[in-house]
Design a protein around this ligand. Structure first.
Ligand SMILES: C[S@@+](CC[C@H](N)C(=O)[O-])C[C@H]1O[C@@H](n2cnc3c(N)ncnc32)[C@H](O)[C@@H]1O
Length: 207
């Protein structure tokens, strides 16, 4: 693994503290690198799944907001009732500069979230459910804080997804009547300029 490859570096983090530190180190260069070096393609199909079902007034949580790329894109589409959470203070600091979130909070997915039950019309999470990042049990809290009838939209890398416990967790929530699948995107490349074998899909569940 090369320290030059920041994606590999964060994927190989041993725990939340190390993951947060690695993202803190990456924060200032993240937007530029994702655009110039990687050609980040993950957000758009997820945003399309959101825009198709949610009015502009929707109260949205960006879970794993990072530097706020998703908030910025939502804002450009006319959504301006957005909050964000992330475990990395450095990434949140960059997101704050974008000035598109009503609130940004340091919280850890997979642990209890400091939001009231039924708080949001939708949750969007791009690039956050992957190797050594947020675990599948994060969905329990995300379901709790989403209003009945609200949506949870997220991306998953397919290579990660197929060997993970995510398919089991997603089905278990459906069988328990906690959410139902609304739409799944076609598979698409995560990065235009590198890693041609990395494909993702975006899922949209209704609570
Ligand atoms: C690849 S970045 C994606 C950021 C943003 N959504 C985007 O698409 O540019 C993943 C983000 O998830 C955050 N993250 C990873 N695991 C997390 C967890 N368990 N709880 C909260 N945030 C987490 C990282 O700090 C990082 O900012």
């Amino acid at each position: 693994m090369s320290a030059d490859n920041k994606v590999e570096l964060v994927y190989n983090s041993q725990n939340h503290q190390e993951l947060g530190e690695n993202y803190d180190l990456w924060a200032k260069d993240y937007d530029r690198e994702l655009e110039k070096k990687y050609g980040y393609l993950a957000p758009l199909p997820a945003l399309e799944l959101l825009a198709k079902y949610l009015p502009k007034s929707a109260k949205i949580l960006d879970a794993g907001a990072g530097t706020g790329l998703i908030g910025e894109l939502l804002n450009q589409r006319g959504y301006n009732n957005i909050e964000g959470i992330d475990l990395s203070p450095g990434m949140l600091e960059e997101a704050r500069i974008k000035n598109v979130y009503n609130g940004l909070y340091q919280m850890v997915l997979g642990e209890p979230l400091d939001f009231a039950t039924d708080s949001f019309d939708a949750i969007i999470s791009v690039g956050t459910f992957t190797y050594n990042h947020a675990p599948s049990n994060s969905f329990d809290e995300l379901v709790r804080i989403t209003k009945p009838g609200g949506y949870i939209i997220f991306t998953l890398r397919l290579d990660f997804y197929k060997d993970s416990d995510f398919p089991i967790k997603m089905s278990a929530l459906e069988e328990a009547g906690k959410w139902k699948i609304v739409e799944i995107s076609e598979e698409y490349r995560c990065f235009a300029k590198t890693e041609p074998d990395v494909y993702v899909k975006a899922w949209n569940y209704q609570v």
